[in-house]
Design a protein. Sequence first.
Length: 76
Amino acid sequence: MVDPFWPGKPVRVNDVRLLHFQVIKQDATRGLLVTDSRFTRNALQEIQASKYRMEGADGERIRQWLEALRTGAPGA
């Protein structure tokens, strides 16, 4: 059996839907799905469709956050 959480595996639409369900169930303000990998096209579309309750951060965005923190750039 393949572990669904191994590094490098793209985040799929069902992963986004599961978190979105928990956001709604817990009456949370927002959900953030973070990956060191990437999101599939369908996963990105699902995040965009729920953009006021869901956000996604892929490996590239995390690198940008870390670089902004390192340099003190705006948006850190």
